[in-house]
Structures are given as structure tokens and as C-alpha cells.
Design a protein around this ligand. Structure first.
Ligand SMILES: *Cc1c(COP(=O)(O)O)cnc(C)c1O
Length: 238
């Protein structure tokens, strides 16, 4: 078991940052095109504060309650990303608070976001989550259904579709997921060509600790790194 004391968030961030830079260079991309999201789920606030001091301003959480609790005690200029599956009955707690909801995968969920956003008079930026490998166990829409969902969501005036997100299979080798990243990138290009009102495809959220460099080579504009920054998660000792 890893000792909390031994996790050096700043050192880890330095390494992740260097790898991001190297991947950008290989891909001929500008470092500024890629946002690093520090995925802090299950991790104590002190570790998030370390990451904040280092310079992180984008944090990702996958549970509404945990996100709200951390938001209350951490600096106001943090951009919070909801990256986990979102239940419709939890929408009301986060609308207007998140920089981006990465996990919209049904019209029903989008309509619930719209309802609360309209009430508050805010616009909510979202990504559509795609189940790139068509895994039974995963959330997200099938590739062939993405355009239909994007069109439907585009009609909701308080939601802005900014792009696509995907969680590919757990990979043994970072190369294994390159094909999925490529497909999602291509899908975003196809959708962008439709010129749908209220829809842009500028954000591509993919790449985690094991494959963020490959993801950057394949066009990711947001990578979501947890373990690589905060160490392994231990769900048993929470
Ligand atoms: C936990 C999580 C991550 C981070 O995973 P690591 O492998 O720890 O980097 C990224 N995206 C989502 C949606 C997650 O739930």
C-alpha cells in the first residue's frame, strides 16, 4: 500500500508535464492546445492543494457529491470538470458550477441539464461521451448515434456542445487505444462539417495515465490524468 506521505504531487506533475510537452512536439502541436486535467477523485484535499500550488487549475471528479464538497473548500479559480457518469437526479447540484460536463450520453440527461440551466439563466458547456469500443460495461453513445444526439442537444438553448469525450478499454499497451482516439477525432471532424448551430467540436477529451501521450498524438485537447499525478487509488481505505 502506498503511503500518502510518499506521494510527491509536484514531482509527478513535473514528469507528466514533460511528457505532455514531448508528445506535443512529436505531433507538431503547440503545448497550449492541450489542457491537463488533474483527476483527483478519492484523493484528499491536501493533495489537490499541492497540485494547485504547482499550477493546476483544471480538476476532474467523477462523483457529484465529492466534486461539490471539494469545490467548497478549494480556491474559486479552479475549473471543475465532471468526468463521471451523471445521474439525472444529481444534475441540479452541479449546473452552473462546472467548467465542463464531459459525460452527456443521452437526450434525457441533456434535457435535465437544460431545465436547470434555464432556471438559473446560465449556459452549460458539455461534451458528448462516446463509447468508442462499443463495450457493454461502459457508458457513452455508440459512434453511429453521436450525430443524432448532437443534433437533438443543439436545439437546447442553454447547452453548448463543445466536443467529444471517450474512455477506451483498459490498455496493456498505450498503442492499443490509438485506433479509438483516431476514430473519435475523425468523428469530430465529420460532425464539425455539418455546421450545426450551438455546436463546436474543438474539445477532444481522451487520454488517461496509461495512454495520454498517444492521445495527444491523436488530437486530444484535454487529457485526464489521475494515477500519474496523485498515485494509485485505494477504494478500500476511504
Ligand atoms: C479515473 C478517471 C480518469 C483518470 O484515470 P487514471 O488512469 O488514474 O489516470 C480519467 N477519466 C475518467 C473518466 C476517470 O473516471
Amino acid at each position: 500500500m502506498m503511503d500518502r506521505e510518499k506521494i510527491n504531487v509536484c514531482e509527478n506533475l513535473e514528469e507528466v508535464e514533460q511528457r505532455i510537452r514531448a508528445a506535443c512536439e512529436r505531433a507538431g502541436r503547440d503545448r497550449g492546445e492541450v489542457t491537463l486535467i488533474a483527476v483527483s477523485k478519492t484523493k484528499p484535499v491536501e493533495l489537490l492543494e499541492d497540485a494547485y500550488r504547482w499550477g493546476c487549475r483544471d480538476f476532474g471528479e467523477n462523483k457529484v457529491q465529492e466534486l461539490c464538497e471539494k469545490m467548497e473548500v478549494l480556491p474559486q479559480d479552479i475549473r471543475w470538470h465532471m468526468i463521471g457518469h451523471l445521474q439525472t437526479n444529481k444534475v441540479k447540484y452541479i449546473v452552473g458550477k462546472t467548467a465542463l460536463i464531459h459525460s452527456v450520453d443521452s437526450l434525457r440527461l441533456a434535457e435535465e441539464i437544460e431545465r436547470h440551466a434555464a432556471k438559473l439563466g446560465v449556459t452549460v458547456p458539455v461534451l458528448i461521451e462516446v463509447n468508442a469500443a462499443q463495450e457493454e460495461s461502459k457508458f457513452g453513445v455508440k459512434k453511429e448515434e453521436v450525430l443524432t444526439l448532437v443534433r437533438a442537444v443543439s436545439a437546447l438553448p442553454h447547452i453548448e456542445v463543445r466536443g467529444l469525450m471517450t474512455i477506451p478499454p483498459v490498455a496493456e499497451n498505450p498503442e492499443d487505444n490509438r485506433v479509438y482516439f483516431r476514430e473519435i477525432k475523425q468523428l469530430s471532424v465529420d460532425i464539425a462539417m455539418e455546421n450545426i448551430d450551438n455546436v463546436s467540436m474543438k474539445v477532444l477529451s481522451y487520454g488517461m495515465t496509461d495512454d495520454y501521450e498517444t492521445a495527444i498524438e491523436e488530437g486530444a485537447t484535454m487529457v485526464r490524468v489521475g494515477t500519474g499525478i496523485f498515485g494509485a487509488r485505494n477504494y478500500n481505505i476511504v
